[in-house]
Design a protein around this ligand. Structure first.
Ligand SMILES: C[S@@+](CC[C@H](N)C(=O)[O-])C[C@H]1O[C@@H](n2cnc3c(N)ncnc32)[C@H](O)[C@@H]1O
Length: 230
């Protein structure tokens, strides 16, 4: 199930195209209905991430991409997503992991894009960036065993938005260069990754899953075990 998939169910449409059996959900279903009628998604429903109407363990996985940081009470949504997921919740979200050059990046964003506000978004919400350490603590407190994490950088400038991403053109070239430069700095530990793909497991992840994630560049973070609970 996707959560916060209100851009015409694009996350579910992608998964559906990969052969995944998926339910698209978002706070309202107008755009989802349109995507359904156009044949892009197989099933949809309106769901508030903070109060999901499904039963416990109703779906295998929940994917929440670029939506968690909009929620007014993010941990409540996280507990809800964990409740309805049987195996894991996958978040693809902005990260809170500032490194030495992040101040410079913020200044560049103001210079290049004219960004004046970096804590609140025009849609009205506080930009709740995910902190991996804090997420690990939340999950340890409810007895979960592991999370997996992979850093991602992106680059967006409105001027390049209409250039084709996979063709040779100035927009694609500058976008790819922006990502490559950030990736190099992030790998050198000088710049925090702007985004992260985080897998929050329910129960112990299987060895083959850990191996596949490792091959895909994820870092496994085992959570501390509580010695007082058998
Ligand atoms: C930036 S869009 C992301 C859409 C899509 N996941 C993507 O990555 O393109 C954020 C979405 O979260 C939805 N949203 C905001 N608050 C929500 C809530 N409490 N429950 C479910 N969805 C919510 C919005 O309606 C919007 O569709």
């Amino acid at each position: 199930m996707t959560v916060g998939d209100g851009r015409y169910g694009s996350d579910a449409a992608y998964l559906h195209a990969q052969g995944v059996d998926v339910i698209a959900t978002s706070l309202t279903d107008e755009r989802l209905r349109y995507a359904y009628e156009k044949g892009h998604i197989p099933v949809y429903r309106a769901e508030n991430a903070e109060r999901i109407s499904l039963t416990d363990g109703a779906v295998d996985f929940v994917l929440c991409k670029e939506a968690y940081h909009h929620f007014p009470r993010p941990p409540i949504a996280l507990y809800e997503m964990l409740r309805v997921a049987r195996m894991a919740v996958v978040l693809i979200e902005p990260l809170d992991n500032s490194k030495i050059l992040d101040g410079v990046k913020r200044k560049l964003k103001t210079l290049i894009r004219g960004d004046r506000e970096q804590q609140f978004e025009p849609s009205g919400n506080f930009l709740y960036r995910l902190n991996i350490r804090e997420l690990g603590k939340l999950m340890t407190a409810i007895g979960e065993t592991a999370i997996a994490y992979k850093g991602i950088n992106d680059f967006f400038h409105g001027r390049f938005a209409n250039y084709a991403a996979h063709e040779l053109n100035i927009g694609a070239l500058l976008t790819h260069s922006g990502i490559t430069a950030q990736n190099a700095l992030s790998r050198a530990g000088l710049l925090g990754f702007g985004l992260g793909c985080v897998v929050v497991f329910k129960g112990e992840p299987r060895a083959d899953v850990c191996k596949a994630l490792h091959v895909a560049g994820f870092k496994m973070i085992p959570l501390p075990r509580n010695p007082y609970v058998q």
